[in-house]
Design a binder for this molecule. Structure first.
Ligand code: NAD
Length: 256
């Protein structure tokens, strides 16, 4: 059970972050929800999860594109036994047309945010005598696809950061691992279908079949529950000696 532990999940009002939140709260962890939006719906979601799982679920606004916000999120939470760096965005364009502001935002949110949160969370984990860093990377942390230069760069980067954190904490009761999902049908994936269709000159249905699921030998999307299940396992005693790994949940994509 994770009762008595506090998990902070960045970018957790949607998709994989929300799935991981549900899984950890389901094991009894208190969870800090985060997004940059700070809407009524964000606060209502925290309340709903708290009721559903009988654990403390609080919402803290922070913009993961800003280093100081990332650090303030962990400081405000006051405790961090489990850090899940999940916030992420995507933009699809050829590198010579890739908007500079999108590049900067993807590098900041998908990669540098984890540097800032980890830097503040590790001393808290050391003080508590236990910790788990779980970075939601991607199959794109291990393989490339065209038109995703910023995303592939950031995800390869966070896999490297994960290995470094694992080595720096290797003698301590702290582990750091990356989960590398293949395609999971979340708003992030749904949103890139129209642009991908344009780049490949295909219909949106063709993009799902011939571009997206073409990568996954299983021909199925992974689910947020499956990602949550692996995150929960990484927090268990059985996973104590698993550190510095990039664990793919990708229907065989990176086996090829
Ligand atoms: P999503 O769009 O459903 O969720 C993204 C989350 O990030 C949201 O909660 C959003 O609020 C948050 N976010 C975005 N910008 C933010 C900012 N500036 N500050 C704070 N929060 C911010 O997408 P998802 O598919 O659930 O993606 C979650 C993570 O999983 C991302 O890192 C993504 O790269 C990764 N991932 C997704 C897939 C997939 O197929 N869906 C595959 C591999 C990896």
């Amino acid at each position: 059970s994770l009762s008595g532990k506090t998990a902070i999940v960045t970018g957790s009002n949607s998709g994989i972050g929300l799935g991981v939140t549900r899984a950890l709260a389901g094991q009894g962890a208190d969870v800090v929800l985060n997004s940059f939006t700070d809407t009524k719906a964000d606060h209502a979601l925290a309340e709903e999860l708290s009721k559903a799982f009988g654990t403390k679920v609080t919402y803290i606004q922070a913009d993961m594109s800003k280093g100081e916000d990332c650090r303030a999120l962990i400081e405000k939470a006051g405790a961090c036994d489990i850090l899940v760096n999940n916030a992420g965005i995507q933009h699809v364009a050829p590198i010579d047309e890739f908007p500079v502001d999108k590049w900067n935002a993807i590098i900041a949110i998908n990669m540098s945010s984890a540097f800032h949160t980890t830097a503040v969370a590790l001393p808290m984990m050391r003080k508590a005598g236990w910790g788990r860093v779980i970075n939601i990377a991607s199959a794109h942390g291990l393989r490339a696809s065209p038109f995703k230069s910023a995303y592939v760069t950031a995800k390869h980067g966070i896999v490297g950061m994960t290995k470094t954190v694992a080595l720096e904490t290797a003698r301590e009761p702290i582990t750091a691992n990356a989960i590398c999902p293949g395609y999971v049908l979340t708003p992030l994936v749904e949103a890139q279908i129209p642009d991908t269709a344009k780049e490949y000159k295909m219909s949106e249905d063709e993009v799902i079949e011939k571009v997206i699921l073409a990568k996954q030998p299983s021909k199925q999307f992974a689910t947020v529950e499956q990602i949550g299940g692996l995150a929960t396992f990484l927090c268990s005693d059985a996973a104590e000696q698993i550190t510095g790994q990039a664990l793919a949940v990708d229907g065989g994509w990176t086996a090829a």
